[in-house]
Structures are given as structure tokens and as C-alpha cells.
Design a protein around this ligand. Structure first.
Ligand SMILES: Nc1ncnc2c1ncn2[C@@H]1O[C@H](COP(=O)(O)OP(=O)(O)OP(=O)(O)O)[C@@H](O)[C@H]1O
Length: 290
């Protein structure tokens, strides 16, 4: 049996909109399934933990955005049950990276092929991160978006508006990094991204070489640049060509500690974390995906 966990608010209601079509596809083909709808933030984690404990559950399928798969993957911590994914979010970075079709039917057909693949995740405190962590400016933008009452009405547009608003007021600061026991200090840091996959923020290739099957995390540090030059550089992140900019520093490692003089806001797969300083390590091949 396959268990579907549907986030009804993901992608401004897309999860709820596509579910009847998915259900009718499954019923027509007599594919055994059960469905649960998330009722509050964090619910998908609890639902997937409970589902994985049941007998005869061969896969848990998340229907939602990156926040939903983050929760479902966390609920599966330590369980060998594979996770399928039908994209219904706004950013869909995990789907983009794994070339999971954005249309529900193609994504479902891929799941039904039943070809599990093991991938790395990153561990921070008690959380599993599947895509990336963003610290500093990026975390502050995520926080501003999550707190905005306009999120529903403006959809993707809210990210651009908040990215500009936060940019106008954000104060860069000195950051201390420890990557595989090597110490680094960067001044006037705007953001540090610790990536497990190359895509971030809805299609930006922040760490073009990041791979979730190489046993490593990729870091991108943007520092020592004025706000206007940063704004000018942002479009380059969509192609990944920002890595050649002198204000960008790339590092790879297995264990990372991020600290600074003042705590910075952290987002993990789009969800705000309240742990700081951060100690992150890669967990090689720790999640099975379909
Ligand atoms: N019933 C619910 N009511 C309110 N929030 C919910 C509910 N169910 C889940 N959530 C929360 O919805 C948030 C957004 O989900 P998700 O990230 O999957 O969608 P998205 O933001 O549209 O997509 P993406 O992250 O790909 O841009 C998550 O933080 C999740 O915890």
C-alpha cells in the first residue's frame, strides 16, 4: 500500500486541487492507497512517522512543496520506507534537482516504477535537511515571507518583494566557519548557504556542483559587497555564474559549524530553524527516494 500525505495549502492550494485527479487515477488502476491531509505545520512529519510504522506500507508519497517533503523526510528518520514526491509547491527545488516531472501524472508514474535510490541528507540538531540551509540575508527573507499576510494573495511575487525590502535594511556581519576542522573568518557576510542539492530559492543554482550522492555539503558564502552590487549579482545565481564573482566563496565539506557575533536567521528547506550557532553534518545515503 502507498500512503499519500497531501498538504492542502501548498502552492496556494495546488496540493488540494490535484488530489482528486491522483485519487481517480489510483482507483481506476486499483492501486492500494491511503490518504492523509495535513492540518497544521509539522503535521506531515507526525503522519509519515505513523504511516511508516504500519505493516504493508511500501512507500510514503508527499504531495506539496519543499516544506512538505522536508517534514515527510523528517518523519521517516531511521525508517527504510522510500519517499515519493508529487510536486505541488511554489518553489519545487527538490523536484527540479531530481528531474521529477512537475505534472502530477508523470510524477506518479515515476513513483509507480518503484526504483528507490538512496540520497544524502544534512543533519542539524534533530532535523534532517534535504535541500539546503540559508543563513543570514536568505534566512531573513524566508522569515519575512513566512510572516507576511500577503503570501497567499501574491504567490511567488512575495519572495521578490521581501528580497528587496530585506536587502534595504539588512546589516552584513562577520561570520566564523569551521569546515572539516578548518577555520575560516569572513567579514561583511550577507549569506551562507549550506547546500545538499544545487537548486535553492525556487530555481537558483546557488551551489552548481552540489550533489546529494557525493557524501559532501557545498557552501556558498557571499561577503564584502555593497547592497547594490549584490542586487546586480542576483540574476547570475539562476545560471550559477555568480561563483566566479570575487564576492563569492565556495567550500565543500562533511561537517560545518556556522557562528557569528550576533545570531542570524536560519532557514532549512524554507522552514525557519531556531538553532544557533549551527552544527551541520552530512548523513550519506540516509534517505530512500522514488
Ligand atoms: N493545513 C495546514 N495549514 C497551514 N499550514 C500548513 C498546513 N499543512 C502544512 N502546512 C505548512 O505549509 C507550509 C508550506 O508548505 P510547502 O513548503 O510544502 O508549500 P509551498 O511553500 O507552497 O512550496 P515551496 O516550499 O516548494 O515553495 C509548510 O511550512 C507546512 O508546515
Amino acid at each position: 500500500m502507498k500512503v499519500f500525505i497531501v498538504n492542502p495549502v501548498s502552492g496556494n492550494g495546488k496540493g488540494m486541487k490535484i488530489w482528486p485527479q491522483i485519487r481517480s487515477y489510483l482507483e481506476k488502476r486499483r492501486i492500494s492507497h491511503e490518504v492523509f491531509f495535513t492540518r497544521f505545520p509539522g503535521h506531515a512529519c507526525r503522519l509519515s512517522t505513523n504511516a511508516a510504522k504500519k505493516e504493508k506500507v511500501e512507500a510514503i508519497v508527499a504531495v506539496g512543496g519543499d516544506g512538505t517533503i522536508h517534514e515527510v523526510a523528517n518523519g521517516l528518520m531511521g525508517s527504510p520506507t522510500p519517499m515519493g514526491y508529487i510536486p505541488a509547491g511554489s518553489g519545487n527545488d527538490f523536484a527540479r534537482y531530481h528531474q521529477i516531472p512537475l505534472h502530477w501524472e508523470q510524477a506518479l508514474k515515476r513513483i509507480l516504477q518503484n526504483r528507490p535510490q538512496r540520497v544524502d541528507t544534512a543533519m542539524v540538531a534533530d532535523r534532517k535537511v534535504i535541500n539546503s540551509l540559508g543563513v543570514g540575508y536568505d534566512g531573513s527573507v524566508a522569515l519575512a515571507v513566512n510572516q507576511s499576510s500577503w503570501k497567499k494573495r501574491l504567490g511567488k511575487m512575495i519572495y521578490l518583494i521581501k528580497a528587496i525590502q530585506v536587502l534595504l535594511h539588512y546589516t552584513p556581519q562577520t561570520v566564523y566557519l569551521n569546515v572539516d576542522q578548518q577555520e575560516y573568518q569572513f567579514h561583511r557576510v550577507w549569506l551562507v548557504v549550506v547546500a545538499n542539492i544545487s537548486y535553492f530559492g525556487g530555481g537558483m543554482k546557488i551551489c552548481p556542483n552540489a550533489s546529494d550522492c557525493d557524501g559532501k555539503l557545498d557552501l556558498c558564502i557571499v561577503h564584502g559587497i555593497s547592497r547594490w552590487r549584490l542586487l546586480w549579482m542576483l540574476p547570475q545565481v539562476f545560471s550559477g555564474s555568480h561563483v566566479n564573482h570575487p564576492a563569492v566563496h565556495m567550500i565543500q565539506g562533511k561537517q560545518v559549524v556556522v557562528d557569528s557575533d550576533h545570531p542570524m536567521v536560519v532557514q532549512a528547506d524554507g522552514e525557519i530553524l531556531d538553532h544557533y550557532p549551527l552544527a551541520i553534518k552530512v548523513l550519506p545515503m540516509s534517505l530512500s527516494i522514488l
